[in-house]
Design a protein around this ligand. Structure first.
Ligand code: GAL
Length: 680
């Protein structure tokens, strides 16, 4: 059984950088960590020079010495490969390993993640260093697992080096076989973009009006993802030759232009995430202005991580103020907030938590990205809070291995994710619905899962959801359409929002009547459509509720047997069907002509009978989140108060307070940022 995802207890760790501190501090640091309840550390992700100070010169003494101390102190270790930060000697001698700006200017030494995945030279150096590190350190008894690189695709998820262009051409040759096929798939008849040979194709370059061929950009995003996945696999294949039985391979974060599901499937035992909800309170944070979610937005990201392979771990959990010397200044977490954000991670499916970082660095870009301890290293309020969290972990240990419970699944695909980043209309509807549905889920206490349709997805995985919402199935494949059909035939309820069935996999618009491949099951035809003029509202009357078709109006015509549930209530298309239900097999499809905002999503949850599954047993104000995890007939209910004020909740039944081991019921006041975990 893995030391971390063990189904028995929740283990606490911290990120540590022995290379940042005088050796005389190491033993004391490890002792103090142990005293606080910290049982593992993550090390070495940025320290290539400590293994290979010059090309071809290897040394292991630094981490040998440190690992011996870990053994003595019984501190477990996650060891990392150092490839996120190539040494200066390497990039200076072989500048082709560097990533480049779109206009070709190279990103130079001085920051991090400035390499590209496709440079044969960097791949060679990487194979070599990973092989040497893994073979040398993997047998060490303190090591429990491995992290590949650090935050793959973070900082920059676009690559424009010469090696990338060469690899892009290979990727396209493999995909299309001939240049004729590529021309067709990319619609190069438009604006005379036709290629006569693959050698004329480049990764997207600087163009006028920043308007590179959209089908090319869609393929480019897939190419970046493919490169990153191969990068992770290159490393995991080597590490796996050497690791001890039971040790794991993972990586951290969740970044763009990356099919994280494929990366996990091919290379990792599980995913870990780096959770910094305090960014919502930063000076240049857009979360405060755009949504009432603030730090609750991180629940969405945690749900995305859970969609990869179920329960996961946190590799970096906020423990202090964040900010670089250049950007992102944010306050110190207020008393209770570290606990709140830790429990947010656990509520959403994390089974171990590692804090970023033990001591705050006194030099470099991250002097404001605080750890638990400040520069002086003396005991402080945050260390005390973390020590108390450890006691809470002991009290809730049986939560480990339990499953997050949601009756609603929100469907996504990587093709639609990528397309919505490059297509203006798609972007507007997608971002509106993603935030709207998540806000509704948070504020009405209706848990959701994200469900990615992939080649491997089976209908059984969908069948566990009472309701699937596929906000904008703009790109649909035959396979996806038939999977959704099967889900509905077997009794599922599928909600589709506007623009379904508009494009094929290459991003080319279908000439079929929309919703194209989904016409059959949805029983509608889209006869007219429009963006809603900014400042205007398109209203829809649905029984006693008036909802908004946000951003867009698809005008619908039902086929025979389909039922019009609601029509547009204002503007030029007043009276035209906006919401159509079609019974299909044992289930039904409801097509909605707009994008979803918070209110319309709430109305859908209510009318479909999935809103707030705990309403019978507790009253919870909007300011608090509820999350449910279940294991062996036990239900664990997390109540998290995100507000800076006390909130009153009412339990209509006796429940067991896991922190205090006492039963509780009736009115309970949660102080600011307080969390409560109940067992039923
Ligand atoms: C993460 C990264 C860490 C540290 C932290 C604060 O993205 O993995 O190394 O940089 O953010 O910026």
């Amino acid at each position: 059984m893995s030391f971390l995802l063990n189904k028995d207890r929740i283990v606490m760790g911290v990120d540590y950088y022995p290379e940042h501190w005088d050796k005389s501090l190491w033993a004391e640091d490890l002792d103090r960590m142990k005293k606080a309840g910290i049982e593992f550390i993550r090390i070495a992700e940025f320290s290539w020079n400590l293994f290979e100070p010059q090309e071809g010169e290897y040394t292991y003494t630094f981490f040998d010495e440190f690992l011996e101390l870990c053994k003595e102190k019984d501190m477990k270790v996650i060891f990392c490969t150092p490839t996120a930060t190539p040494p200066a000697w390497l990039t200076d001698k072989y500048p082709e390993v560097l990533n480049a700006r779109q206009d070709g200017v190279l990103y130079r030494h001085g920051a991090r993640r400035h390499y590209n995945y496709n440079s044969p030279i960097y791949q060679r150096f990487t194979r070599n260093i990973v092989e040497r590190i893994a073979s040398h350190y993997a047998p060490h008894e303190s090591i429990i697992g491995w992290q590949i690189d650090n935050e793959i695709n973070c900082e920059k998820d676009e690559f424009y080096s010469e090696s990338d262009t060469i690899a892009f051409r290979e990727f396209l040759k493999e995909k299309y076989g001939t240049i004729k096929n590529l021309n067709k798939a990319w619609g190069t008849a438009f604006w005379n973009q036709t290629y006569t040979s693959f050698s004329e194709v480049y990764v997207p370059r600087t163009t006028l009006s920043n308007s590179t061929n959209p089908h090319e950009v869609l393929d480019y995003k897939r190419f970046v993802s493919d490169s990153a996945c191969r990068w992770a696999k290159l490393q995991s294949d080597i590490i796996r030759k050497y690791i001890k039985p039971g040790d794991f391979v993972t990586t951290n974060g969740l970044f763009g232009n990356l099919d994280n599901h494929r990366m996990v499937r091919e290379s990792l035992d599980f995913m870990t995430y780096d959770s910094y909800p305090n960014m919502a309170y930063g000076v240049d944070s857009h979360f405060i202005e755009t949504s009432g979610l603030r730090d609750r937005f991180w629940g969405l990201l945690l749900d995305e991580v859970r969609s990869l392979k179920g329960n996961f771990g946190i590799m970096e959990q906020q423990s202090g103020a964040n900010g670089w010397n250049t950007a992102m200044a944010a306050p110190t977490p207020k008393p209770g907030q570290i606990t709140l954000w830790t429990m947010q991670s656990i509520a959403h499916g994390a089974d171990f938590v590692c804090y970023f970082r033990w001591r705050t660095c006194t030099f470099g870009t991250e002097i404001y990205w605080h750890g638990i301890l400040d520069y002086s290293g003396r005991d402080n309020r945050r260390l005390k809070e973390i020590t108390e969290i450890h006691d809470k972990f002991a009290a809730i240990k049986e939560v480990s291995g339990s499953e997050y419970k949601a009756e609603v699944g929100v469907v996504e695909t990587y093709s639609n994710k990528f397309d919505s980043e490059l297509d203006a209309w798609h972007k507007m509807i997608e971002t509106t619905s993603k935030t709207g549905i998540y806000e509704a889920s948070q504020f009405t206490h209706t848990p959701i899962d994200y469900v990615y349709l992939q080649d491997e997805t089976r209908v059984e995985e969908l069948a566990k959801y009472k309701v699937l919402i596929y906000p904008h199935a703009v790109i649909v494949t035959e396979k996806e359409a038939s999977l959704l059909k099967e889900y509905v035939e077997n009794g599922g309820t599928l909600i589709l929002g506007c623009r379904a069935g508009m494009k094929d996999e290459t991003g080319i618009c279908s000439q079929k009547n929309m919703p194209g491949l989904l016409s059959d099951i949805s029983g509608v035809e889209v006869t007219e459509f429009s963006l809603v003029t900014p400042g205007e509202k398109a209203l829809v009357s649905w029984d006693d509720d008036e909802i908004e078709a946000a951003v867009f109006t698809d005008e619908l015509s039902p086929s025979s047997g389909a039922e019009v549930l609601a029509t547009y209530a204002n503007r030029y298309n007043k009276g035209v069907p906006a919401l159509v239900e079609n019974k299909y097999g044992k289930g039904r499809v409801i097509y909605f002509g707009g994008a979803f905002n918070r209110h319309s999503a709430e109305v859908f949850f209510k009318k479909l009978g999935v809103i707030n599954p705990l309403s019978e047993i507790m009253d919870i104000p909007e300011e608090c989140e509820i999350a449910i995890r279940e294991k062996e007939n036990n239900r664990y209910i997390f109540v998290l108060n995100y507000s800076g004020e006390a909130q009153e909740i009412t339990l209509k039944k006796d429940m067991f307070n896991m922190y205090t081991s006492a039963s509780c019921s009736g009115k309970i006041t949660l102080s600011s940022y307080e969390t409560l975990i109940l067992k039923q």
